[in-house]
Unconditional design. Structure first.
Length: 277
């Protein structure tokens, strides 16, 4: 065991028919191919499953174009699922299905409430530290509520001001060993530990899958080369249609690690795709 191996359930949600109407904030809108997006989603799902995760699909939300970005609806820490309150008001209808999935997995559920706003893309967990991006989608009240919920779990919340970027994890993510990688000019980097600069924008987005497995966008070849040379097992995925909507590889899932000897495991889910009820 290497000290940071973990596996469990990966919550995902299929893209809906209105995906091309998803919100864009900091980039120009360009056409999204729904057929290619569906294919890329399936390959993403298969890649995560190949790394040992049991996929559990959250019920679709066809009336919500951004619902495939399920990360924004839940923050999971140990056996706790915090149901978010998205800063984008049109996304608030997405959270009910995510909460139902969290309850189906036996997680303890808490909520962010008004006036707080919080989106999961603004929450970066690295060991006992939890970095929360404050910007257009997450506010100070939301960060305060998350801090109160995570403190009993031994987590320390650090607030990070965002610049011209949608979410914190659009700018900074963490490798499995806790090293932060990203683009320091997009955040108040003084609120973070030393930050490794990614060689390209998509390289700021790394999804640890346990052990030495890391999932990275295929549009980050220089980052893939660097991490491979450092003996990380890099799993590249093409998510070009989702990147047109300011998404990155972290956006498409919520990873719920098995608790093992820290508590009660979530129920067994087939390694093939399972559907929420």
């Amino acid at each position: 065991m290497d000290g940071y191996t973990y596996y469990g359930v990966a919550l995902m949600r299929r893209p809906g028919p209105a995906l091309d109407q998803g919100i864009v904030t900091h980039i120009p809108r360009s056409p999204v191919d729904p057929v290619l997006a569906a294919r890329q989603y399936a390959i993403f799902q298969e890649t995560v499953a190949s790394a040992g995760w049991r996929v559990y699909e959250v019920d679709p939300a066809p009336d919500h174009p951004d619902s495939v970005f399920v990360e924004d609806t839940l923050v999971v820490c140990e056996g706790l699922a915090v149901v978010t309150r998205p800063g984008a008001t049109e996304r608030r209808g997405e959270v009910a299905g995510a909460e139902a999935a969290a309850r189906a997995l036996g997680l303890r559920v808490e909520h962010i409430t008004a006036p707080g706003t919080l989106e999961g893309g603004d929450v970066l967990q690295a060991g006992a530290s939890v970095y929360v991006g404050l910007g257009g989608r997450t506010n100070a009240a939301g960060a305060d509520q998350l801090e109160a919920l995570l403190a009993p779990l031994g987590r320390k919340v650090e607030r990070v001001a965002l610049r011209e970027v949608l979410h914190l994890k659009s700018a900074v993510t963490a490798l499995p060993d806790g090293t932060l990688i990203g683009l320091p000019e997009l955040v108040d980097s003084g609120a973070l530990p030393p930050l490794r600069r990614a060689p390209e924008e998509p390289g700021a987005h790394v999804l640890p899958l346990g052990g030495r497995d890391v999932l990275v966008s295929a549009s980050a070849p220089a980052t893939i080369h660097e991490l491979t040379a450092e003996r990380w097992r890099v799993l590249p995925v093409d998510i070009s249609e989702f990147e047109k909507l300011e998404a990155c590889v972290t956006c498409l899932s919520v990873l719920v690690p098995d608790l093992g000897d820290r508590g009660t495991d979530v129920p067994e889910v087939s390694s093939a795709t399972a559907h929420g009820s």
